[in-house]
Structures are given as C-alpha cells and as structure tokens.
Design a protein around this ligand. Sequence first.
Ligand code: NAD
Length: 511
Amino acid sequence: MSSDPTSASSDAPNAAMPLVTHWIGGDPTEGSPAAFGDVFDPATGEVTKRVAYASPGDVDAAVDAATVAFRAWSQVSLTKRTNVLFRFRELLNARADELAAIITSEHGKVLSDARGEVARGLEVVEFACGAPNLLKGQFSEEVSSHVDVHSIRQPLGVVAIISPFNFPCMVPCWFFPIAIAAGNAVILKPSEKDPSAANWLARLWAEAGLPAGVFNVVHGDKVAVDRLLEHPGVKAVSFVGSTPIARYVYETATAAGKRVQALGGAKNHMVVLPDADLDQAADAAINAGFGSAGERCMAISALVAVEPIADQLIAKITDRIGGLEVGDGRAGADMGPLVTRAHRDKVASYLDAGVDEGATLAVDGRKHAVTGSEAGFWLGPTLFDHVTPDMAIYTDEIFGPVLSVLRVGSYDDALALLNANPYGNGCAIFTNDGAAARRFEREVEVGMVGVNVAIPVPVAYYSFGGWKSSLFGDTHAHGLEGVHFFTRGKVVTSRWFDADAGVDLQFPRNQ
Ligand code: NAD
C-alpha cells in the first residue's frame, strides 16, 4: 500500500482495490482516466480505494450527457420536478447514516459531525422543494393601455459544481438541489480526497427518479477542473475551496463567459469582550476551533481576547482541551484525524513556525494522547498564546486544529484587527452587551456574523458567503441568492390588440 497520501499516478488500480468511477448519463463509468489517485482511511492511514481522474474527453462526455438531459428536464413541469426533489429528500433523510459512514471513512471527521453535515445539506434540499414558490415571477396588469408586464426566471443549462474535501455532502448540497429544481443539469467535480459521497448521492438521485444525465459526477484534479472551466457547454460554475484556486477559477471561468461564484478560504475570528460569560466562550472556542479537527471553512482559528480576560479564558480552554478524546471517528472520539498525512504534516509544521516567530505554545497537539491506529493522520488540539498579526500562524489559513490567541486592549483594537484581515468569511463576538454586539454586526467587514454563536452558518433560506478574499463573484450560496444564480430573468411586455394602435415611431412610452 502506498504511503504517500496525496499520490496520483497513471498506474491502473489492481483488481483487489475498489475503484471510484465517474457517474455520467446515469451510469458509473471509468472513462479514459488521465491518472488515478489514492483514497485513504485517515484513521488507519490505509489506502482503501483508488479514484479515476477524468481526462478532458471524460469531461466532454459528461457535458454532452448533461446537455441532452437539460433539454428534456428544463421542459418537465414544476410539479414533476418538485416531486423528484421530495423523493430525494425522503431517501436522504432515511439513509443519512449510510452517507455519514462513508464521509467518516474517507474524511475522518467523527460520525456525529458527518451526520451534522448531512443534516445541513438536507436543509437545502428542503429549501429547494419550495421551488414553485421560489421561481414565481411577477405580473403587472395594464402598465400602459392594453399592456401587461410579467417576469419569469429560466434555467441556465449545464452548470458545474467544484467542491472541497472538507464537506463532501454539505457543500455540493449548497448548490445542486437548487440548480436541479430550477431545471438545470449538473456536473459535480468533488474533491479527489473523499470522492465516494458524490457517487452515493448520484445513485440516490437515480432512485428518486431524476432522469439520467441531469446529475453527473466527474472525479479528478486540475485537468478535469480546467476542462469544465473552458468548456463552452458549461454555463455556470459554483466553486468552493482555497482562496488561490477560487481566484483562479473565478478569473478563468468569467474570461470564458461563464457565471461564477467562487467561495474561498478563511481566517475566522472570535472576539471575546471582558463582560462575556467566559465558560460559554471557552466551550464555544473549543467547539469551533477543534470540531472536525479545524477543517471547517467556518472554524474559529483566531481568538481575540479583549483584556483583562485573556489569562482566565486561556486557562478555561486549556482545561477543556485536556478532556478531548482524539481518535477514530467511528468509535466515539471527540475529534478525528486530519484528511491526509501531507495535510497533517503541513499543519504540524506551523507548530514549530509559531514558536520560531515568538508565540507561546500553550498546548502542543503533537503530545495529545490518541486512541487509534498509529498510522492514522493524527494531530491533537493546539493552542497558541501571544500571537501577533505578522506571524504566519495568523496570516496563513492553517485549516487544522490550531487556535491562536491574540490579546488586544479594546473593542476598537479587535475590530481594527478583523477588518484589516484579507479574509472575511465568518466571525463571532461573545458579550452580554447588546449595544456592543449591535455595533459589531454593523461595523465588521465579514459576510457571516455570530453574536454568541461561534459558527454562524446561515440556515438554508438565507445565503452563505464571505466578503473580500473569501468569495469571488457577486452571489452567495443557497437562499434567494442561490435561486438567482441558477436562473436568469426575463421580462415580457405584452399587448393584446382590441383597439387599433396605429403607426407610431416614438420610443414606447407608458400611456
Ligand atoms: P482546494 O482549493 O485544494 O480544492 C478545492 C477543489 O479544487 C477540489 O475539487 C480540487 O480538486 C480542485 N483543485 C485543487 N487544485 C486545483 C488547481 N490547481 N486547479 C483547479 N482545481 C483545483 O481546497 P480543499 O483543500 O479541498 O478544501 C479546503 C479549502 O476550502 C480551505 O481553504 C477552506 O477554507 C475552503 N472552503 C471554503 C468554504 C467557504 O464556504 N468559503 C467552504 C469549505 C471549504
């Protein structure tokens, strides 16, 4: 078995190793892979499957299948489309545990967390079940003599979704239920690190009665992504991943004339004011800093303690870290492994970097006890104190279980720190002062704000998205913004002649 957790090679998998194939036109297909990648069980470190990386020709086949399917699906009545959505919702709800187990086996997050991500994905499916209401246009009668105006929203065609490793169910679900309900056909390119959830979802769609070709999955890396970005048959791209790739995807796909929303990385701050309940703040910092091993785009990685409470808060957090069980997510641990060995090693390298730059390593995650296979990709919760804004542990998105405490003297200092950060995904303030909280929500330059809520992921009927380097494009995910992203508006002005209008060369005016 390979020991390189990020290996991609042209070696075909051997017969004993399961292969994750694409799902094109309603069928699993191996296509003509450009390469193959290893899929790991992060808790054991073993390769459990291989995944076929799509060649440009495989992507073209998916676009062809989706284009044909779109023509028919976009003509299916809203009632029939919604019926499929409802069946998909029922199946996903009934079999959520099956999907959660797949996620844990490839991502490593603990089962309760995997169930949580399925539940948040399901929320968007339920939102999309309201498509008849969401897609309603407007009608104005007699805007001019004998003239009525109405608006409609129509699907775009074939849309691509390119998703990251950290939420193999929830992130694709931010987009595809709405895209499909609106009459589009979808090609999902999930992360190559945990590809199986996408295929499971494709089978579920088929079971729900979605016509073949409306939902397709292509696996792979940059080769597959680039072909999706340049293919003239793809009309829109929803991307979620790290900021450099989000920027690249946005620039490339908009240059190719596509509609794009590209959600990028994050550095989420949690401000604790001196009047806050410090036990509640410590619990929240632990949950938001170390849940899913810090591999959440809304994880808190910068804890901004407004003095004089930093010492007390750190003591409470340190105490709680000691009680966390790190181990196999299937066996009741609080925190699982990181997704790959390469990622684990990269995150661990920041522990030395932080010390070298002068931060205090208050809790060293490398020393945390682990209940699990020695070969797993483990790193325990880490806490840095006396972090300053120039340190790499602050400026970089580490995307692991590393919480950095920055001590500041006032609310204004805290706000200035947040607003100077290039990212603007999520943030939180902990306080019992309503006026301070209200000021914060108005003044902070971040897309999603929590008041005594550390992970303020909006419900499905609001929209998810950050500001600044955390999102490229104008439209956030799901909610009404999602409906707008996956449809284009048309306004019809109509007149039914019951009087002689005559010839008139003036620009049309309302009369
Ligand atoms: P990533 O950017 O490495 O990969 C995301 C997707 O892009 C994957 O499908 C991957 O195959 C593809 N990809 C990777 N390299 C590429 C390249 N050079 N060219 C084209 N495509 C490429 O991200 P990841 O490591 O899978 O996920 C973690 C990142 O995602 C973090 O930065 C996290 O903050 C971010 N994220 C953001 C949000 C959000 O809502 N803003 C949500 C989840 C994750």
